[in-house]
Design a protein around this ligand. Structure first.
Ligand SMILES: [Zn+2]
Length: 408
């Protein structure tokens, strides 16, 4: 779930609430529902997004007005007029789902990279301006003041294959089951169409997607890859809902095939969730299977899993932070996930820094009356910025220091 931007910034990113409504500019990184939640009630002009994201959001929420949106495409920079000083914004591919971008904001408030949801591969990083990307052992020429970072899997030791490798694993799994009369793919999320395309191209077939059961998925596929859709419900390749109760539905499908003396259908779930999720009651054997990332793995319900992730692995985040070397990292996934990352612990968390007006102004803290010139600002990483600002505004300068230290 996205977080609110600090009060002093004139823009919001992916949040649609009373607070974000006060902002003068709004940015939408991609069309996943958790990033557009509340948009119908709290949408106001201008909303910057890619044309693809706009098209999809307008399909999801037809009551939204087209004129609210301002287009910004990958690699393009716009200068945004603002009474507190104009700023530049540039969009970069987030390697997450079709239309998804990261935004780079450059203005009087500093240089801020907001990744939205992203999978920060080396290629993805190389598309950022050269001055912000260091080389191994060499700091970048310009440092980001803040990176608002998608840390979804920052806590997990998962060794994630690349998306391309995961698509190949799905294809291999199908090759290995030539007798399966039906192949069900749980690829109903925007961003998983690469898998459907890979399967369609390899096997020279189209896929059946039930428009009535999966209207949003169907709409997205119609926009992205219309050529792979079939209206024939007897197709061997079909889209299968990932939720709810996938295991039970899979067991039922397999049991039905057995009862009719047919070969089992093949049910493949390309997702990182099963690998990342430590469910209680899982057997040791089941947990061991989760350590296999190079090929599809069958679980106890008969579902085949492939580790396909649209978010960065911890390894990728580590590598990205080493090259970007930002001053501060704020996790856009709640619970302060950035703290799981070595870079943050070493460079942001454990450093005592002289107060820097920029950082405190950003979180709307007036330190003019503070008698202490130096405090640890570790808590910036721990607390959502808004919460921190609210907390500090209600207490005296002396208490502020104590309170700040309490969070070290
Ligand atoms: Zn997303």
């Amino acid at each position: 779930m996205p977080i609110e931007m600090p009060r002093r910034l004139p823009f919001s990113v992916d949040t649609w609430s009373q607070n974000s409504n006060i902002k003068r500019h709004h940015f939408l990184t991609h069309a996943h529902k958790d990033h557009s939640q509340g948009i119908v009630t709290h949408a106001s002009y201008p909303i910057y997004s890619t044309l693809f994201t706009k098209a999809l959001v307008l399909r999801y929420y037809p009551q939204l007005d087209d004129v609210l949106f301002v287009g910004i495409e990958v690699g393009k920079t716009l200068i945004v007029d603002d009474p507190d000083g104009n700023f530049a914004v540039t969009a970069f591919d987030a390697n997450h789902c079709p239309g998804a971008v990261m935004f780079l904001f450059e203005g009087r408030f500093g240089n801020i990279l907001h990744t939205g949801d992203c999978r920060l591969t080396p290629e993805c990083l190389q598309s950022l301006p050269e001055k912000y990307v260091g080389k191994k052992g060499k700091a970048p020429r310009s440092q980001f003041d803040y990176v608002f970072l998608d840390c979804t899997f920052g806590w997990s030791p998962l060794k994630m294959p690349s998306k391309e490798s995961a698509v190949q694993q799905v294809v291999n799994c199908i090759w290995k089951h030539p007798d399966a009369p039906m192949v069900y793919l749980t690829c109903d999320l925007l961003g998983q169409e690469e898998i459907l395309v890979g399967v369609s191209q390899t096997f020279g077939c189209k896929l059946y997607v039930d428009n009535e059961k999966n209207p949003e998925c169907y709409q997205a596929l119609e926009l992205t890859v219309p050529g792979i859709l079939s209206r024939d419900s007897s197709c061997r390749f079909q889209l299968f809902d990932g939720f709810p109760k996938l295991c039970e539905r899979a067991e039922t499908k397999i049991a039905e095939a057995c009862a009719n003396f047919q070969h089992e259908p093949l049910i493949i779930r390309p997702s990182a969730q099963w690998y990342a999720c430590e469910e209680e009651g899982n057997s040791e054997a089941e947990n061991r299977k989760k350590g296999i990332y190079g090929q599809a793995v069958r679980d106890m319900s008969g579902v085949w899993h492939v580790c396909y992730s649209m978010h960065s692995s911890r390894e990728e985040l580590k590598w990205a932070l080493q090259l970007l070397a930002p001053k501060w990292v704020v996790s856009t996934t709640p619970s302060c996930r950035a703290m799981e990352l070595e870079y943050v612990k070493k460079h942001c968390f454990n450093t005592r820094k002289t107060l820097d007006n920029f950082h405190f102004e950003l979180v709307d803290i007036n330190m003019q009356d503070s008698s202490a010139p130096e405090v640890s600002i570790k808590c910036l990483i721990w607390l959502p910025l808004k919460q921190l600002a609210n907390m500090i505004q209600t207490i005296s300068p002396y208490q502020r220091i104590l309170q700040l230290q309490k969070y070290q």
